[in-house]
Design a binder for this molecule. Structure first.
Ligand SMILES: Cc1ncc(COP(=O)(O)O)c(C=O)c1O
Length: 507
């Protein structure tokens, strides 16, 4: 990505011309054709009264269209381009074979409204995925329906709510405890489910402060949400005692399982006392999710909470007939006291299929290698960067490590944001910055299990070069990135007034 003649940071157009939109490339009468699959009979042309002449669609030849998308692709940074150590997001390499399997026509051509009898193959796969995730987490009741981690969380806390309602304790249990290091979706979930959020301060070591938790636990608590390992990449050694404390007051323990890649194949949430959890399949199980989607956030629970799972769950019944799997029939079912649907249809099936392919190709030994490498890589990077950046919680980590740019800010006026932007000039995607909120100038780095030793060393070299540059030439860092198609943006303006829609000149 380094450029021998970089444009200035804020003059994006100078070296790399802005991508012309398809509308701007359009020439009347040009056509790009795609030959549809032949299904036997020619489709009759649409009746004339359904055709519109007035729609201003771009008109491009196939060659121009290909160039347009290639141009866009070359401006994108993705995991297939380079290292992407975006902490918490787990931007790892996802095997292409998983895409291939999820793209088999038997899956992709299935209509979401197809009757169960015609969807037996897909349902069989989804059933097996449910079973496998239940096995991996020790929480046997599973619904694959939620479309993202945040939706899985909401499903889990709504299940807790329904369970408390049945117990006749909902009026009394109004609080959900959330750690101050949690992802923002945790308090948002609790609030959306109608609970009051009580923030629990982490202890001085960044972990759950067990005595402080015990002091505020009482019968007004509905649930405690714990991310394991935490967003600081830390293990919670007191988790089993914490679970006992929580159960002793009749509350539920929720696991935010978005960081499962640190422990997969080694530790099961159900075995250490969690009652309900969600996973982020798009992080741990092989779906590239840069750019915001798609995702899948299955919710998993103990047998006690199974009756509240969102709809649908996949059931398997013995059958005389010879369906997709002889002797079995698969059905979409609604648990008896279900919280209802989280979204239309049955979940993000493409993401679920990739997760299934990933699980089946790796097996248990492969999954153990995932967590081993995730932890090894994060600790290697931690060692390499330790002399150059402050580490607020100076212990070994699991899958990610949170450094701080306080030293660079104090000594050179350089902030985490400047470091993140400069990494782009080094061909490395920025880490997550300013999160978790309890770390000042946070640089949250997750190398992931799929980076090689050499690529981790390249990432470290970029961070180290920037730390040295901060001392030598801080102004250069304020101007970064200088090699990207677009330099520094007014991010607040871009977020509040996004310019997303093309308008014809003069309109
Ligand atoms: C720890 C943690 N919890 C929850 C979520 C929410 O997941 P999603 O973005 O799929 O809604 C994330 C997302 O990055 C996360 O890192």
């Amino acid at each position: 990505m380094n450029n021998s003649n970089p444009p200035s940071g804020d003059d994006a157009g100078a070296a790399v011309p802005a991508a012309a939109l398809t509308f701007e490339r359009s020439v009347a009468g040009r056509r790009a054709v795609d030959v549809p699959t032949w299904h036997g009979a020619a489709t009759p042309p649409l009746p004339a009264h359904l055709l519109r002449e007035s729609l201003a669609l771009p008109e491009l030849s196939q060659g121009e269209l290909v160039r347009y998308y290639s141009d866009l692709a070359s401006r994108n940074f993705g995991i297939d381009t380079g290292s992407y150590p975006l902490g918490s997001c787990t931007m790892k390499y996802n095997p292409k074979v998983d895409d291939l399997l999820a793209s088999l026509p038997g899956f992709t051509e299935l209509h979401p409204l197809a009757p169960e009898g015609l969807a037996q193959g897909t349902l069989a796969v989804l059933y097996e995925l449910q079973q496998a995730l239940g096995e991996i987490t020790g929480l046997p009741a599973v619904s694959l329906a939620p479309a993202a981690g945040a939706q899985g969380e909401l499903a889990g806390i709504l299940m807790v709510k329904r369970a408390l309602e049945e117990r006749g304790e909902l009026a009394q249990r109004r609080r959900v405890l959330v750690l101050d290091s949690a992802h923002g979706t945790n308090p948002a979930t609790a609030a959306m489910a109608g609970f009051a959020v009580t923030e629990l301060q982490s202890g001085g070591d960044g972990r759950i402060d067990e005595p402080a938790l015990r002091a505020i636990l009482d019968e007004t608590v509905a649930a405690v949400m714990v991310t394991l390992p935490s967003t600081l990449g830390l293990w919670e050694p007191a988790i089993e005692a914490v679970a006992r404390d929580i159960h002793a007051v009749g509350a539920y323990l929720y696991a935010d399982g978005a960081n499962l890649n640190a422990i997969v194949g080694r530790l099961r949430f159900g075995d250490v006392g969690f009652d309900v959890a969600h996973l982020n399949l798009h992080k741990t199980f092989s779906t590239p999710h840069g750019g915001g989607g798609p995702g899948a956030g299955p919710v998993l629970a103990s047998a006690e909470l199974a009756r509240f799972l969102p709809t649908p769950v996949i059931e398997r019944h013995e059958s005389e007939g010879g369906g997709a799997v002889p002797g079995w029939r698969y059905a979409l079912a609604a648990p008896p006291a279900s919280i209802g649907r989280m979204q239309q249809f049955h979940g993000s099936v493409g993401v679920l299929l990739r997760a299934y392919a990933y699980l089946r190709t790796l097996g248990l030994e492969g999954l153990r290698a995932v967590s081993e490498n995730a932890v090894l890589n994060a600790n290697y990077l931690r060692e390499l960067l330790l002399p150059y950046y402050d580490l607020p919680f100076p212990t070994r980590v699991l899958h990610e490590v949170v450094f701080s740019a306080t030293r660079q800010r104090r000594e050179h006026g350089i902030r985490a944001y400047d470091i993140a932007k400069r990494l782009i000039d080094h061909g490395v995607h920025p880490p997550t910055v300013y999160f978790p909120l309890i770390v000042e100038e946070a640089l949250m780095i997750e190398p992931t299990e799929t980076e090689s030793r050499e690529s981790i060393e390249r990432v470290a070299a970029a961070f180290i070069a920037i730390a040295e540059e901060a001392a030598r030439d801080p102004e250069a860092l304020h101007a970064a990135p200088t090699t990207a198609p677009i330099g520094r943006l007014d991010e607040a303006l871009a977020a509040r007034q996004p310019d997303l829609r093309w308008r014809a000149p003069g309109t």
